[in-house]
Design a protein around this ligand. Structure first.
Ligand code: 3PG
Length: 209
């Protein structure tokens, strides 16, 4: 995923229900130094939000919370450049592979990692990361699967992100902490733009291009 994400190691997980706000969000993320977004299929307008974000050439936009093959098609049509799922669906993975879209299914067990390997994948989302034991669980899984890279997401914060990223099996972390749904709903774009200088939300030691 690191390669797919152009080296970005922090992926904002976006929940936005108003496509009319996507332009402001995209501009704020770029200005805030975090020009990447996983736009989640959690609202009726998700595909429209994704499409608006994907219109920006300076923002790398993927689709998140993709749980059906039909949503893979919708995401592809809307311009998504990668697919993220909370779980491992063979139908979702196969459809993404047919469309040449990088796909990162969620796993939380050795069995699911083996299923991902069977599908030809070597990078998976580890979800929900904190609820599944966080970094100690990743360390244990990485010992058994040295060929696998993880993108932990779920419950990660600005404080915990650097320790995840310090593990060599972790390619990137995802999270909504820096784009909290309340901020987006309130249109507080200056708060998103201020990320770059806000060490509580994007610590200086937290690597991102
Ligand atoms: C996801 O789908 O990746 C998570 O909901 C993001 O987790 P967070 O909101 O706890 O950061």
């Amino acid at each position: 995923m690191a390669g797919v994400l152009g080296g970005h190691q922090v992926v904002p997980v976006v929940v936005l229900d108003d496509p009319g706000r996507a332009d402001d969000l995209g501009a704020a993320l770029v200005a805030g130094g975090l020009p990447v977004a996983e736009a989640t299929f959690r609202t009726p307008e998700a595909a429209a939000v994704l499409r608006r974000l994907a219109e920006r050439s300076d923002l790398l936009v993927g689709a998140g919370t993709v749980i059906t093959a039909d949503q893979v098609d919708q995401a592809h049509d809307a311009g998504a450049r990668f697919i993220v799922s909370p779980g491992l669906s063979t139908a979702v993975v196969r459809r993404a592979q047919e469309l040449d879209l990088p796909v990162f299914p969620g796993v939380s067990s050795a069995t699911e990692i083996i299923a991902a390997l069977d599908l030809g994948l070597d990078t998976v989302k580890f979800f929900p990361a904190e609820a599944n034991g966080g970094l100690p669980t990743i360390k244990a899984l990485a010992a058994a699967f040295p060929q696998v890279r993880f993108v932990p997401t779920g419950g990660i914060t600005a404080d915990s992100a650097p320790s995840y990223l310090a593990h060599p099996a972790v390619s990137a972390v995802g999270g909504s902490w820096m784009v909290a749904p309340g901020l987006l709903a309130a249109g507080q774009w200056d708060e998103v733009t201020a990320l770059r200088g806000d060490r509580r939300r994007l610590p200086a030691g937290l690597p991102h291009p």
